[in-house]
Design a binder for this molecule. Structure first.
Ligand SMILES: *[C@@H]1O[C@H](CO)[C@@H](O)[C@H](O)[C@H]1NC(C)=O
Ligand SMILES: *[C@@H]1O[C@H](CO)[C@@H](O)[C@H](O)[C@H]1NC(C)=O
Length: 996
């Protein structure tokens, strides 16, 4: 049985090419007819390359040989081909078209058709050929259209052999195999979807910097800036970028100068095949301001033109031998009181002079072949909107808002520029409203949503992503680069399979277990994307309504348990990789959730005079200590290989910048020896901040002499019971009973014991049989009675109301419960399609279930109510204050007004045949600015949601249809809440209503 299963899975693995992500597989591990043997019974194909090949291809070929050894433990020979060579085993021939004399010979000898790749950027082809060279009967030839085409071909094959691009950077073990074969038709790949695909190492302190200092220096960094980012660090980074099919890098620049810190950095980047650039604020391949020191005068182009031009000239001179992309323009003179118009003129003269420098340096009049980019970041976007233009051959780089929401996409008339457009994106950020730079918080689904619009709108010349300290973002960095390499592979319907394929490759998992890991990753990133750790506090999730905080903790606990079960089942060789990539962020995030929510409960319980306050205080201290233990666990992996990588502080932010040390949230303690004035027992009903008996500000408006609490439930409440917390009001143990004056109410447990060691008991009140209840309100009284030795009996009454509602028979749809109708946007009753556009689910995107968005993304706009519709049938028993009003609250994924200024994002909301109301969720921002409501501690990006509220008047109780109409592309709706009077405060909104 076991064996059969293994065979089956082996076949599956083979068919699906589980060792490689998003590629057509050409590798098998069992022989088949015509297959080319890379390794067969320890005979290994030699690798032939040309002496005149690119050095970068030589380096990659060396890695390729090492990779074959990693898989099979047999190392192939790698030699420069000479005419006298007569390999005894059919060889693998590697080379670059138009560069390698060996490939010229093979092509000439075999008349191989290379037209599919000739002249194509970074394309490659590979296949078995006959008689490629004198005395060689057959070979597997790997041909790149250019240097990186060949390099990618080699690493692509390596990945399929089973070597993860992350074998070093995340310690992913290689699955060993006896044999490797290639199918005769081989593997090939055309031009990538995005020409330049890169990462930006930024905000690299403390983690990456401290780690690199320990691992790549003798404790002292570069003479210039004491930077640890030298050639030893960078060659590891270059190899990884190329293995991930990236080609572009913005180097670390906080306290580093790439070209100066190690004079070999720039040379080696080019040798490896990585195109260098510099960030948007560092023109002309120089680390600015690090390289622009005071001897050159002020960084002010109006007064110091000659010195700044000279500075740039030196940058171009230094970069000229190497493949580079010049950052054009200039930033940093914003503190000069110049009007926008003067700024535009100044910036235009900056670019004109920079162009002259390039013309002089490269000795050409036409500089359009030299890659140049102009980043439209912040105020510069305003200049562009103000009419400033640069030559067409300069790539326009549009930025996100630093939070993963792209500010602007090329409009139709901007899509034909010869320089095209690109995107500068963030996985990590230092700045307002608060940093996010600890561990993974971005959903792949969000990256896909944004970058797929970039593809549709032709922002596809250059993509660069800010990866902060790099390490916590491995998976999404790979997704970003892979998606840019081949955007046709990934759709909203299959991006989940990216993670599944990734999990299968990294951890050598069966498809079933890889699916489990996909779920872990989806939940991890969903929970973290709801709000970044740095912006969470102890009351982010409601401690009293909808059991929100408790459900958040329960979800985290389940996630940690599932991750632990996979982790424990893995071999010790596999554990470090899984820990870094999956398990650590789960346990660390769960711990922060427990820390904060328990601190919130501690504060609340103190105000309620509950003895359990003290246990909660202890638990907060424990979780705070555990946070550091988890950090140490990461740092101790593999004898400290990643020491410092989790140095980032993340607890106790006072303002946008990181705290210098982690700080525990404030906790309270109640007197442990003295009893509450009102007696031994405290009663706290669900949904209430107050506590009984005695006075409490939250019991009633008056705050004293309040009546007993009332708890209400109805038969369409998604949470089917209500609770009362019975707690200790002091050190005296007591027993309690809970009784009611009706038969239809069940109290569980109906009695219990409370003591300092067990100071809380939750009693659930539920309706055993709704059919026995009358329509409308049914009233009950509950009495909690405490008996403590040597104290008088303490009785606390509570009122309970059970409301029985009935929608008309035959109704199908969502039914109001507890005064709201809450609907996950994907759960439609009906949809319509208009001009081939329809609302389509983006699975996993957003804070709860998914989002729906009009696809395909086009430039089409619709009038309110005329676009494709989402329709939801609902039934309400109430209206706001009984006056016939209801409010429709739509939860939208944060998305910028990314069209031209006349077209903000909009959608329509309609009930039945009331007129469709046009909703514009966000005000149009001034060019380069953020829209109102965007920033701030509770702004759209902090909350990771935008809600809009539309009130309809004259809505009767009964059956209705809510219609959401598309008007502009890009709107992604997660959830809809219709408030009929019962909506309570929560972070994620009420749980979804019952649907009949
Ligand atoms: C092939 O020749 C080049 C140029 O001389 C050299 O750099 C490279 O190391 C040689 N490769 C091998 C595998 O010997
Ligand atoms: C191509 O092959 C022919 C013979 O088939 C030979 O005469 C010619 O020299 C070769 N050219 C090159 C560039 O190798």
């Amino acid at each position: 049985m076991g064996r059969i299963l293994v065979c089956l899975l082996g076949t599956l693995a083979l068919l699906h090419g589980v060792q490689a992500i998003g590629q057509d597989t050409c590798v098998t591990f069992t022989a088949s007819r015509g297959a080319f043997a890379v390794v067969n019974s320890r005979r290994v194909a030699p690798i032939l390359i040309a002496e005149d090949e690119w050095p970068g291809v030589q380096l990659a070929a060396n890695d390729f040989a090492a990779d074959i050894q990693r898989v099979t433990s047999v190392r192939p020979s790698l030699t420069n081909y000479t005419a006298s060579a007569r390999p005894s085993t059919p060889p693998i021939i590697v080379g670059t078209l138009g560069k390698s004399s060996l490939i010229s010979q093979v092509v000439n000898n075999t008349q191989l058709d290379v037209s599919s790749i000739e002249g194509k950027w970074e394309a490659f082809t590979a296949k078995v050929v006959q008689n490629p060279l004198p005395g060689v009967a057959s070979a597997y030839v790997i041909i790149g259209a250019d240097k990186r085409g060949t390099i990618y071909a080699l690493y692509d094959h390596s990945e399929q052999f089973g070597v993860s691009p992350w074998y070093w950077w995340a310690d992913v073990p290689t699955t060993t195999r006896q044999n490797i074969f290639l199918i005769p038709s081989g593997c090939s790949h055309g031009e990538p979807s995005v020409k330049y695909r890169g990462i930006f190492l930024n905000d690299e302190q403390p983690a990456l910097q401290n780690w690199a200092m320990e691992k790549f220096t003798n404790g002292t960094g570069s003479p210039f800036l004491n930077s640890p980012f030298n050639r030893y660090f960078y060659v590891k980074m270059f190899e990884l970028i190329l293995r991930l099919k990236g080609n572009y890098l913005w180097p670390a620049m906080w306290g580093s100068a790439f070209c100066v810190d190690d004079p070999l950095n720039q040379f080696l980047a080019d040798r490896y095949g990585v195109v260098m650039g510099t960030s948007h604020q560092e023109p002309f391949m120089r680390s600015t301001p690090n390289e622009f020191n005071s001897s050159r005068g002020k960084w002010d182009y109006t007064t110091n033109t000659a010195n700044i031009n000279q500075y740039w000239l030196e940058g171009a001179e230094r970069a000229k031998p190497f493949e580079s992309i010049y950052t054009m323009g200039m930033r940093g003179f914003g503190d000069l009181p110049l009007s926008e118009e003067t700024n535009i003129m100044l910036l235009e003269s900056v670019i004109a002079n920079q162009t002259q420098i390039l013309q002089g340096m490269y000795g050409v009049q036409d500089v359009s072949a030299i890659p140049q980019v102009w980043t439209l970041y912040k105020e510069v976007e305003g200049y562009y909107d103000g009419g400033m233009r640069v030559p067409d051959y300069i790539t326009l780089l549009w930025a996100d808002d630093n939070w993963g929401n792209i500010r602007r996409f090329p409009t139709p008339d901007e899509r034909d520029r010869s320089g095209g457009a690109g995107i500068y994106y963030h996985f990590d950020y230092v700045g307002d409203p608060r940093n996010y730079k600890w561990i993974t918080t971005t959903q792949l689904e969000k990256v896909y949503q944004q970058m797929s619009i970039a593809i549709e709108r032709k922002a596809d010349r250059l993509w660069i992503v800010n990866v902060g300290d790099f390490k916590p973002y491995e998976r999404k960095t790979e997704f970003f680069l892979s998606y840019g390499w081949n955007a046709t592979r990934w759709t909203h319907a299959n991006i989940n399979s990216f993670v599944t394929q990734w999990a299968a490759r990294e951890f050598d998992l069966t498809p079933e277990r890889a699916e489990v890991v996909t779920g872990l990753v989806a939940n991890l990133t969903r929970f973290n994307a709801r709000r970044k750790h740095e912006s969470l506090n102890s009351t982010t999730y409601s401690l009293v309504n909808y059991r929100e905080a408790e459900n958040v903790l329960a979800d985290w606990a389940r996630l940690e348990a599932a991750s632990t079960s996979i982790y424990n089942s893995l071999s010790s060789a596999m554990k470090p990789a899984f820990f870094q990539l999956v398990h650590h962020p789960i346990i660390a995030s769960n711990n922060v959730a427990k820390l904060l929510i328990n601190a919130g409960k501690n504060n609340l319980h103190a105000s309620q005079a509950r003895y359990s306050t003290n246990q909660l205080a202890d638990s907060v201290e424990e979780f705070f200590e555990k946070d550091y233990d988890i950090e140490v666990q990461y740092h101790s992996l593999l004898d400290g290989k990643w020491n410092h990588m989790m140095d980032q502080t993340h607890l106790g932010y006072y303002y946008w910048q990181q705290p210098m040390i982690n700080t525990m949230p404030a906790v309270n303690r109640v007197s442990s020896r003295k009893q509450a004035l009102a007696g031994a027992m405290r009663i706290v009903p669900e949904g209430n901040l107050g506590a009984w008996p005695g006075d409490n500000a939250n019991q009633c408006a008056q705050g004293y002499n309040c009546g007993p609490p009332t708890v209400t439930i109805d038969n369409f409440s998604p949470i089917a019971d209500r609770y009362f917390d019975v707690g200790a009001g002091g050190p005296a143990p007591f027993t309690f009973t809970a009784t009611s004056n009706v038969t239809w109410l069940k109290l569980t447990p109906a009695r219990g014991s409370i003591s300092p060691k067990a100071p809380e008991q939750r009693v659930f009140a539920s309706i055993s049989d709704w059919s026995q209840l009358a329509a409308g309100s049914n009233f009950a009284q509950i009495t909690f009675t405490a008996t403590a030795s040597e104290q008088p009996t303490l009785s606390v009454p509570a009122m309970f109301v059970a409301i029985k509602n009935s929608p008309s028979s035959g109704f199908k749809g969502f039914v109001e419960g507890t005064g709201v109708i809450s609907i996950e946007a994907a759960h439609v009753s009906r949809k319509t399609i208009v001009q081939d556009i329809s609302w389509t689910e983006l699975p996993g995107l957003g804070r709860t279930v998914s989002a729906v968005t009009p696809l395909p993304v086009t430039d089409t706009a619709f009038e309110a109510g005329a676009g494709p519709l989402l329709e939801y049938d609902f039934y309400n028993f109430n209206t706001l204050q009984g006056r016939g009003n209801v409010t429709v609250i739509v939860y939208m994924t944060p998305t910028f007004n990314f069209n031209e200024r006349t077209r903000p994002l909009t959608f329509s909301v309609q009930i039945d045949s009331f007129p469709a109301v046009k909703v514009q969720p966000i005000a149009m921002q001034a060019p380069g600015d953020l829209p109102a409501g965007w920033g701030g501690p509770d702004g759209y990006v902090a909350n990771s949601i935008i809600t809009t509220s539309t009130t309809f008047t004259g809505v009767s109780t009964g059956a209705h249809t809510l219609k959401i109409g598309a008007m502009e592309a890009g709107v992604a709706i997660q959830k809809i809440v219709i408030n009929t009077g019962g909506l309570q405060r929560s972070y994620l909104g009420p749980p979804e209503s019952i649907s009949v």
